[in-house]
Write a protein that binds this ligand. Structure first.
Ligand SMILES: *[C@@H]1O[C@H](CO)[C@@H](O)[C@H](O)[C@H]1NC(C)=O
Ligand SMILES: *[C@@H]1O[C@H](CO)[C@@H](O)[C@H](O)[C@H]1NC(C)=O
Ligand SMILES: *[C@@H]1O[C@H](CO)[C@@H](O)[C@H](O)[C@H]1NC(C)=O
Ligand SMILES: *[C@@H]1O[C@H](CO)[C@@H](O)[C@H](O)[C@H]1NC(C)=O
Ligand SMILES: *[C@@H]1O[C@H](CO)[C@@H](O)[C@H](O)[C@H]1NC(C)=O
Ligand SMILES: [Zn+2]
Length: 633
């Protein structure tokens, strides 16, 4: 099971900001709820006997239909079902009823969007007929027939009189979703009595998602918990058939609600329950040697996670390795997908990617600002390697982070000084996608490595509204807007320099940009013409002291990195700015009003301190993962 947590934002008067910062340092380092939830949570999996029975029945069924096909003279393969987009059925749990109509609609829309995204990525061999979940034999049965040479081996001999319901985590599964169950009075006789009748099941469903929106104990237990999830039923091949996502009501429906972040949260949880889970890694299947479209020739992969020489646990499956090789530009055949080590005891795995290596991936333990979260190729490769899905890998979003940096990228020994993706110190700069300004920070998952993280407020270069939120009297010529990006710069207006006895330090500043080719672009600073900004170099701007650095291989290279489309100004109707379009005719921008005034150095320093504290509290989502203990047969 997995839970998703998010730091609680607070708004306090400026004089309190210092304190808020400190509080956040404490809050963001709270322990993970892994252990408690592991003890409480229970995943019920289909009993092995039923699985074997199902498998046997499937085999018989397949043979029968193959025979029929042969009699009809049709080639077997052409009539077999080919994988089709997964049909995820949403079942909203009744107790979620205390939501206002608005909140409910909003949350349903969020989950529906997440489901749409996931089913556009994953295809399965569809469940034939209505989906029926099996009952847990260890719950309804007091004892099983244990003599393997009898007909009713592993069938139920006596009903458990306390048996009432089946649950999926905290959710009671409606009887209508459940298969029936029988009691066999003697070890050998086919005579049986029906304990529970078969429900009618769910038509057109490959995965049943119970959605529970509530303020549960787990939500209250840790202030940062946002949502959590677990799968609770699998089919005979181990593919999850049902699961639950609990969305903590207060966090996702209150003032802190952000739609895109909520959608990503649900996608993250769905990826967990569909297979990206340490509970499921060992049940992944290898379907490479089968030509059967229905997956019947797949074999178990066995253990797919191992430690590398440095002790980092990795997933070693073919698609994951080749996706990571391609991404990092390495030919290392041992380049498995690195798993987060922080939530797991030494030598154990967790269900998230190592955030130093796959920062920005939707399956890291920490999700940043929603514009920076990517459904990346390595995550999709992992889902492909489950063997349960055919994944549309072409729909992966570029990760950017670590692109082409080589097989050792993100290791603790190299993050300090070998890559421009990391930073050192605690200065201000640009988030690596250059959509945001940021502060050089670390978090528990980065383990001392530091990256520029967007500030909580006012760091989005692409948001015109952020302009006014600049904390200082800025003389650096910034322009905010849809086509603005973050640049390392120490520009200072010449007219102002006379007031400043010290040179301006380099930090992230927002300037307009436009693409002129692959990795080629021009920039515009307040009051300047469009200027070529040679990738990897730096330029000076007339009227300013200092210079602007031009990032290499970050801008005008990834067509899918752009501000959220709902921020496209009405004047731009088609192409987002990142598209490689030809040079547009320069347009005259209204100049930023410069607020030239005396700046007292002491005030400057004080505000810088306040700002840096405020900025440590950038709004981020923390995700914990924890296991469910399986019910013991
Ligand atoms: C329903 O919401 C109200 C306030 O919105 C709260 O006071 C009440 O306890 C809630 N009821 C349940 C059953 O959660
Ligand atoms: C198991 O069942 C077989 C056939 O009914 C019987 O011969 C055998 O004694 C049984 N074994 C045990 C250990 O009860
Ligand atoms: C990078 O850091 C490592 C360890 O911190 C150090 O051994 C190495 O000399 C550094 N390299 C450079 C070029 O600074
Ligand atoms: C962030 O910006 C919003 C909108 O301008 C403002 O209401 C809020 O108080 C700011 N939050 C902080 C922590 O500065
Ligand atoms: C800007 O930064 C560069 C490089 O750090 C430095 O050489 C230059 O003196 C700075 N200029 C100003 C005006 O601060
Ligand atoms: Zn997670």
């Amino acid at each position: 099971m997995h839970s998703l947590a998010r730091g609680k934002p607070m708004v306090l008067p400026p004089t309190w900001r210092l304190w808020v910062g400190m509080l956040f340092v404490v809050v963001s380092e709270q322990r993970c709820i892994f252990d408690e939830v592991q003890a409480q949570a229970k995943v019920v999996q289909a009993a092995p006997t039923e699985l074997r029975l199902l498998q046997a029945m499937n085999r018989v069924g397949r043979m029968a239909s193959a025979e029929r096909r042969m009699k009809l003279g049709k080639p077997a393969l052409s009539t077999l079902a080919s994988p089709q987009p997964i049909r995820i059925r949403l079942w909203i749990v009744k107790e979620s009823g205390n939501l206002s109509g608005n909140e409910k609609e909003r949350m349903e829309a969020v989950v529906e969007e997440a489901v749409r995204v996931v089913s556009s990525l994953l295809s399965v061999n569809r469940v034939k007929g209505p989906l029926l979940l099996s009952r847990d034999i260890n719950k309804y049965c007091k004892f099983l027939w244990k003599n393997s040479s009898t007909a009713n081996y592993n069938r139920c001999g006596r009903a458990n009189s306390n048996y009432r319901t089946e649950t999926c985590l905290d959710v009671t599964i409606p009887d209508d979703h459940l298969d029936g169950c029988d009691i066999y009075m003697s070890a050998d006789s086919p005579q049986r009595t029906e304990l529970r009748p078969k429900g009618s099941g769910l038509p057109d469903t490959d995965f049943l998602l119970y959605l529970h929106i509530q303020s549960t104990d787990k939500c209250r237990a840790e202030p940062g918990v946002l949502a959590y999830a677990a799968h609770c039923r699998t089919d005979a091949q181990g593919r999850p058939l049902a699961g639950v996502v609990v969305i903590c009501r207060d966090r996702l429906t209150g003032a802190t609600y952000k739609r895109q972040a909520a959608v990503q949260t649900v996608i993250h949880e769905l990826f967990h329950v569909l297979g990206f889970s340490k509970e499921l890694f060992h049940t992944w299947r290898d379907c490479s040697s089968t030509s059967q479209a229905d997956g019947s020739g797949c074999s178990h992969r066995g253990k797919v996670t191992h430690a590398d020489q440095s002790g980092q646990m990795r997933i070693f499956t073919p698609s994951v390795i080749s996706a990571l090789q391609k991404h990092l530009g390495s030919t290392d055949p041992e380049l498995g997908g690195p798993l987060e080590n922080l939530d797991a005891p030494l030598g154990r795995v967790s269900s998230h990617w190592e955030s130093r290596v796959l920062q920005g991936s939707i399956m890291t333990a920490v999700l940043g600002d929603s514009t920076t979260v990517r459904i990346d190729p390595v995550t999709l490769a992992a889902l492909q390697d489950t063997g349960w899905y055919i994944v549309d890998l072409s729909r992966a979003q570029s990760l950017v982070w670590g692109d082409g940096e080589g097989g050792t990228f993100g290791s603790l020994s190299t993050c300090q000084n070998k890559s421009t993706f990391f930073c050192s110190g605690s200065g201000f700069g640009c988030h690596f996608l250059h959509l945001h300004k940021g502060a050089c920070q670390t978090d528990q998952y980065l383990e001392g490595c530091r990256v520029y993280k967007p500030f909580k407020n006012g760091s989005e270069c692409w948001k015109k509204e952020d302009m006014g939120q600049s904390d200082e009297e800025d003389s650096g010529g910034e322009i905010f807007g849809f086509d603005s990006r973050c640049f390392f710069s120490n520009l200072t207006r010449q007219s102002q320099s006379q007031f400043l006895s010290f040179s301006s330090s380099v930090k992230g500043r927002c300037y307009r940009h436009r693409c002129t080719g692959q990795n080629r672009y021009q920039i515009q600073v307040s009051g300047s013409e469009w200027m070529d900004c040679p990738a990897g170099g730096s330029i000076q701007i007339e009227g300013y002291l200092g210079s602007v650095s031009c990032p290499d291989r970050r801008l005008c290279l990834y067509p899918d990195i752009s501000p959220p489309s709902d921020h496209i100004p009405s004047s731009i109707t088609s192409a987002p700015s990142e598209k490689l379009t030809s040079i547009q005719t320069p347009t005259q921008l209204p100049h930023t009003a410069t607020k030239a005034s005396f700046i007292i150095v002491a005030v400057c320093l004080l505000s810088a301190v306040l700002v840096s504290f405020k900025r440590c509290c950038s709004f981020r989502i923390r995700i914990h993962t924890f296991t469910d203990d399986h019910s013991d047969p």
